[in-house]
Ligand binder design. Structure first.
Ligand code: XBP
Ligand code: MG
Length: 276
């Protein structure tokens, strides 16, 4: 029986609710510093989240919402510089402690470590952002708790492509069946499922209305003692919060149901189709 050996976490929206009050203001600060009159309000940013990756998001904004902007000849260089400035602002917001971890995240990570589960990260965001978030919420030593921080441009295709999860699995020498993934968005779920990972979703303000077909569970948070999660889909092993025992139970069910669904090749299927 394949056991649960590792947890793979998405970052933005999963470990912390970073998009509305972290990345979005960081983008706006970078635009202002560059002398641009661009402003991404909450509603526009919710539309722009359709595109993952900050640099890709800026290009999408120009093409879709600001097509008359006279972009410099070296658009890639211009966007890259703007994005570096944005990342600086985001990491400064993390240093100011502006974005806490979501409920239950620190508790579950501590429990997972204590029970010997291996930890990895698979995110579209820039590595510096992950390091800043972990450093300023869990402490500098937390960077060592994750065997792999698979982030940003290390893979050619960003979520919903599965590349970043495949990168993490390869570097941790894991089979997807040994793991559970944690995501917050439909794009993220498609990425983790594309890499063969059973996935638990915790929604946030921007993703609450999205569809999460095939997710093991859809919750509003991991839950804390005294602050139960609310179940949006699936059947949680416990009524109040995600813990390691519950994850092991969920994982067992996922493996069992997968083996029940794996079609056994019948002789009719196995024999070569005779041309008619
Ligand atoms: C979410 C993303 C990222 C962030 C912005 O990443 O799509 O692009 O919105 O970060 P995930 P960058 O949910 O996979 O953690 O500007 O550094 O891309
Ligand atoms: Mg996310």
């Amino acid at each position: 029986m394949t056991t649960l050996d590792a947890l793979l976490f998405d970052v933005d929206g999963t470990l912390a609710d970073t998009e509305r009050d972290g990345h979005r203001p960081a983008f706006n600060m970078a635009f202002e510093e560059a002398g641009l009159d661009w402003h991404w309000d909450e509603a526009l940013y919710g539309q722009l989240l359709e595109v993952t990756g900050g640099k890709e998001r800026i290009k999408h904004y120009l093409a879709r919402f600001n097509p008359t902007f006279k972009a410099p000849a070296d658009l890639d260089g211009f966007v890259a510089q703007l994005h570096q400035c944005k990342t600086r602002h985001f990491t400064e917001l993390m240093a100011d402690g502006r974005i806490p971890l979501r409920p239950g995240v620190e508790r579950l990570i501590d429990e997972a470590r204590a029970s010997g589960l291996r930890l990895g990260i698979a995110t579209t965001t820039t590595p510096a952002n992950v390091e800043a978030l972990l450093h300023y919420t869990l402490g500098a030593q937390a960077l060592d708790w994750f065997e792999v921080i698979a982030a940003g441009d290390v893979v050619p295709a960003k979520k919903p492509a599965p590349d970043i999860y495949q990168y993490a699995l390869q570097h941790m020498h894991l089979d997807p069946r040994q793991c559970l993934a944690f995501e917050d968005s439909a794009h993220g779920l498609r990425a983790s499922q594309g890499a063969g990972l059973a996935t638990i979703v915790t929604v946030n303000g921007y993703t609450r209305e999205q569809a999460f077909p095939g997710a093991l569970l859809v919750l509003d948070q991991f839950g804390e003692p005294g602050s139960s999660f609310h179940v949006l889909a699936g059947e949680p092993p416990s009524a109040t919060m995600l813990d390691v025992a519950g994850l092991r139970q969920l994982h067992r069910c996922a493996i069992e149901s997968e083996s029940e669904q794996t079609p056994t090749v019948t002789t009719a299927q196995a024999s070569p189709r005779t041309s008619t």
